[in-house]
Design a protein around this ligand. Structure first.
Ligand SMILES: Nc1nc2c(c(=O)[nH]1)N[C@H]1C(S)=C(S)[C@@H](COP(=O)(O)O)O[C@H]1N2
Ligand SMILES: [Mo]
Length: 555
């Protein structure tokens, strides 16, 4: 259980809980004009040619609704579980978003280049402002788990629930095509566009068109809306989610580029969420307006009658979903470790088999280097670090020990002699931002060849001069396998210069198939150990111990 001590109170109940949405004016105006144009076109059409006629049985069903009827049990179950999972995905997604409350269409994430932000703050330029400083508060009524900087637990929910969402979705789509039900959802006639427009003209001018009985078939606009929700929003949400994975993007940089880059994928991920929400609002409104009781019997009972039971069970279902949010809240605060281990039991073995096998091989050009790079973490305050920093780290000795044949203490000059390499890569922070930089240093492999780990060494621990968010020295671990992967560097240079103090001088780790928090900055010493379980609370790092982050964040 999380103790609500003073440090946690400051993080969970910050004094500044202001919330403001700022949208780039050009985007706001553009979206406004597009919507107004559609509405205006409908009014003009009605004024000039009159209201289009809508046949009681849409012509998209050529044989008078001869197709599949009703809602079989599997449709009704999928409908409920999808609602259940999507709501938890949205709630946890909002908590994740608030940890870096800015969305961009460029991968550099320079403050001011966002198209929308959910914070009243402009990034101050006269002092260090870390990405963690920038995190915002979200009420636990809206987000799971809510509060401020609870991204570890929010991600656990997001990733546990996404399994349910994907299983439901794949099952639903497979069943659609295994039966004739797909005919209700998938537009097959170009007529659907004409009829959907005609239906829109009715709605937009505040007329209810003659509604077909949804038990037998949908109106054309409804068909398109359902099709888009399933096959566009659902599919895009999953594909753009994957495009945020460091392991995927660093192995296949083209994949993120399909969506316009990693940040654009993140923005699209957010927009699909807005799409789901907009769909939900319109869907529910029309269900209420077009014969609530009958509609509820359709989707809850699979019956086309006027009984009250469907409506009552429907309300009970909605109540259950809301209860699940309260249960999630309880689990988040009283059993976070259980949640962390639950997710890990599924994803850790799965990632070892899949994402973690991808060897990073990203290559960016010099002119793709980000002009701005968000800093993160607390600068060390230890006197010994300050002293060696004042002497340009000449007196610094990196101690490498533990389960090795040959423990060493190396100066930066000694390290350099092991053979420095450089690469330009994209950094992925768990909070959501990214940045491209050129990192120079020695491959971890060179160090490993030098110190020769003993056979029982399976993990490498990196200890920092700096403190972690909730106090105590920052550390993290890597499997021996992962530090031997290409592009894993002990970096002492950034963008062609000595590593600046804020970015981790004298040394920091670069491990490109994982998220930023695994890349310890201000490294003091390195130890080869049998297992990450031997350190701290045994979860693999300071963030894993205290904030329930994943041991292996390939995504
Ligand atoms: N010692 C230490 N290292 C750390 C952190 C920290 O808080 N302390 N934060 C991590 C996180 S969350 C990220 S995203 C990267 C940020 O690196 P940057 O400052 O170069 O952007 O450093 C990582 N290394
Ligand atoms: Mo991070």
């Amino acid at each position: 259980m999380i103790a609500f001590d003073a440090t946690h109170k400051a993080v969970h109940y910050p004094l500044d809980r202001r919330f403001r949405i700022w949208i780039r004016p050009s985007i706001l105006i553009g979206a406004g004009i597009a919507i107004l144009a559609l509405i205006a076109a409908a009014w003009i059409q009605v004024g000039v040619i009159g209201m289009p006629r809508i046949p009681p049985v849409p012509q998209i069903y050529p044989n008078n609704f001869a197709g599949p009827h009703g809602f079989p049990l599997w449709v009704r179950y999928c409908h409920f579980f999808n609602f259940f999972f999507v709501m938890l995905l949205i709630r946890s997604g909002l908590s994740i978003l608030m940890d870096h409350p800015r969305l961009y269409f460029n991968d550099h994430c320079t403050p001011g280049s966002e198209w929308v932000r959910f914070t009243p703050l402009e990034v101050p330029r006269d002092r260090i402002w870390t990405a963690k400083d920038d995190a915002r508060y979200i009420s636990p009524v809206i987000g799971t788990p809510g509060y401020r900087h609870t991204i570890g637990i929010a991600r656990i929910w997001h990733f546990i629930v996404v399994h349910g969402f994907i299983i439901t979705g794949v099952f639903f789509i497979a069943m659609l095509f295994a039966t004739q039900q797909w005919r209700r959802l998938v537009p097959t006639s170009p007529l659907v566009l004409v009829q959907a427009w005609n239906t829109w003209v009715h709605y937009a001018t505040f007329h209810m068109p003659a509604e077909p009985n949804g038990f037998y078939g949908y109106n054309a606009l409804q068909q398109i809306a359902y099709f888009v929700a399933v096959f566009v929003f659902g599919v895009l949400a999953i594909l753009t989610g994957i495009a945020m994975s460091p392991a995927v993007v660093n192995r296949f940089p083209w994949y993120a580029k399909i969506f316009g880059g990693r940040q654009s994928a993140r923005s699209i991920h957010f927009l699909t969420m807005l799409g789901f929400l907009a769909f939900l609002v319109v869907h529910v409104t029309l269900i209420v307006m077009t014969g609530f009781r009958r509609n509820m019997n359709h989707i809850v009972m699979g019956a086309d009658d006027q009984e009250r039971l469907g409506m009552l069970l429907g309300f009970a279902g909605i109540g259950l979903v809301i209860l699940s949010w309260i249960a999630a809240h309880y689990l988040s605060w009283f059993h976070p470790r259980l949640l962390q281990h639950t997710l890990k039991s599924v994803t850790y073995p799965m990632q070892l088999l899949t994402l973690n096998r991808l060897a990073p091989q990203q290559k960016y050009a010099e002119d793709e280097i980000s002009p701005y790079f968000w800093p993160n973490g607390k600068m060390p305050v230890r006197d010994d670090w300050k002293r060696i920093a004042e002497g340009s780290f000449e007196s610094f000795r990196l101690k490498v020990g533990g389960l090795v044949e040959r423990p060493v203490a190396l100066s930066l000059a000694d390290l350099e002699k092991l053979g420095e390499v450089e690469h330009i890569t994209m950094h992925h922070c768990i909070q959501g931002w990214s940045g491209i930089a050129k990192w120079g240093g020695i491959p971890m492999k060179a160090l490993i060849d030098l110190v020769r780990p003993k056979p029982e060494a399976a993990a490498v621990a990196f200890f920092s001069f700096g403190e972690a968010l909730y106090g105590g020295p920052y550390y993290d671990t890597q499997s021996l396998e992962n530090v031997l992967k290409p592009q894993c560097l002990l970096a002492s240079r950034m963008n062609g210069q000595r590593l600046p103090l804020v970015y981790g001088a004298p040394l920091r780790l670069r491990v490109e198939n994982q998220l930023g928090y695994k890349m310890v900055k201000w490294i003091e010493r390195i130890e080869f150990i049998q297992s990450e379980k031997l350190l701290g609370k045994g979860e693999g790092g300071k963030n894993e111990d205290d904030e329930y982050f994943d041991l292996l964040p390939n995504i």
